[in-house]
Design a protein around this ligand. Structure first.
Ligand code: ATP
Ligand code: MG
Ligand code: FE
Length: 368
């Protein structure tokens, strides 16, 4: 089926068009620049930017794909989780398009869409940024590690379109948020991910030993599932440890330009990559999952990718890492999941649903 996907959960306005598993267009407009001076995403600014970018970005996607709205078989839109005002723009726009064209509409889960992008031919086909696999289809059950500015989650996907479960998540900051906060502490700029990653290249990752929060999985077993654990993360202690480290240099009278920021950045990055990858691999092992998919903007991180590839290989877990432009928020992933829902015969959501900022992963698509 020919499906249009709409994404507006955070600061990217994304329109993607797929035909089944073939990607035809992926137009993205980001309001990231407008948030730089605030050091973080401002929800009202993001929502207004979605409003301004909605029509031009849609038009760009249609032109690139060489199709019209009349050609579509369905429309899919991110209904949650995400920023309420930002989601509302995408959902209202999608409903208007559905009403005007008579095309069925799916309200879908943003996190599951990050996994859905994995079905696309160009992800499975083994592009340069895909780590070591060249498969025809995504396996039916797999683990998914999602790391971004707003999320740090490990999912167990039993069936993409209907059966997804949360195995663990951060209990405080998301990984990308920790990067942003540490970058601010080091006076390195925003967004924190790319600047810390760059700074870390010249630093020694063993210079400081920063804490790895919640390093043991939490036992949550029951009579039915006696071996069950939660695989949660915590990054607030790590952020505080970095702040203390900087303060100690300052208290000792070390001038700002002599504080070893590259070593601090590299050591911080090592702690983040270590704790994210070790927990993800452990969760996969506990659940017998031999395939892991990585998603979210922090997937761009060099050390995270490298260490995850290493640890997955050692554990016999096959790893899929989509190209970065398909890891950050985009409409192609929404369209990809929409096409799978259609192919699996899942009922569309109708027009009677609202954006759900806290939509749980179990709700892959909304049912009216
Ligand atoms: P959401 O959480 O809703 O998916 P988001 O806008 O926060 O939305 P993305 O757009 O997927 O997430 O990714 C942006 C995040 O990725 C930012 O926090 C940014 O710092 C981080 N990031 C980008 N490049 C890198 C990198 N090289 N290393 C670490 N983090 C990075
Ligand atoms: Mg973003
Ligand atoms: Fe996302």
């Amino acid at each position: 089926p020919l499906v249009l996907g709409i994404e507006s959960s955070c600061d990217e306005t994304g329109f993607g068009i797929v035909r089944g598993t073939e990607l035809l267009a992926n137009a993205v407009a980001s309001s990231m620049e407008e948030h730089v001076r605030f050091g973080g995403v401002i929800p009202e600014i993001a929502a207004r930017a979605h409003l301004e970018e909605f029509v031009p970005t849609l038009q760009q996607a249609l032109v690139t794909a060489g199709v019209t709205l009349a050609d579509l078989d369905a429309i899919a839109v991110t209904s949650g989780p995400g920023l309420a005002g930002a989601l509302m723009v995408g959902v209202a726009g999608a409903k208007a398009l559905s009403l005007a064209t008579g095309k069925p509409l799916y309200g879908i889960n943003h996190l599951v869409a990050h996994v859905g992008v994995g079905v696309l031919d160009e992800v499975l086909g083994g592009e340069a940024s895909v780590v070591g696999n060249n498969r025809a289809t995504l396996p039916a059950s797999l683990g998914a590690l999602l790391v971004s500015g707003g999320h740090t989650e490990i999912l167990r996907v039993n069936r993409l379109t209907s059966d997804v479960e949360l195995l663990g998540s951060t209990i405080d900051d998301a990984a990308g948020e920790a990067y942003d906060k540490v970058a601010r502490l080091l006076g390195a700029g925003y967004p924190g991910g790319p600047v810390i990653d760059r700074l870390a290249q010249t630093g020694d990752p063993t210079a400081f030993r920063f804490p790895r929060g919640l390093s043991a999985p939490k036992f949550v077993g029951t009579a039915e599932e006696p071996g069950k654990h939660r695989h949660d993360w915590s990054f607030s202690g790590l952020k505080t440890a970095v702040a203390r480290c900087v303060e100690q240099f300052e208290a000792a009278g070390v001038p700002d330009e002599e504080i070893p920021t590259a070593d601090i950045a590299a050591s911080f990055q090592e702690a983040v990559a270590d704790v994210i990858t070790s927990k993800a691999v452990r969760a996969c092992q506990e659940h017998g999952l031999d395939h892991l998919l990585l998603g979210g903007g922090v997937a761009a991180n060099s050390r995270l990718r490298g260490l995850l590839a290493e640890r997955c290989a050692a554990a016999g877990i096959e790893l899929t890492v989509p190209p970065v432009r398909l890891c950050t928020d985009n409409g192609a992933m929404v369209a990809a999941l929409g096409a799978q829902l259609m192919a699996d015969g899942v009922e569309p959501s109708g027009l009677d649903f609202a954006a759900d900022p806290g939509q749980p992963v179990e709700r892959v698509s909304l049912q009216g």
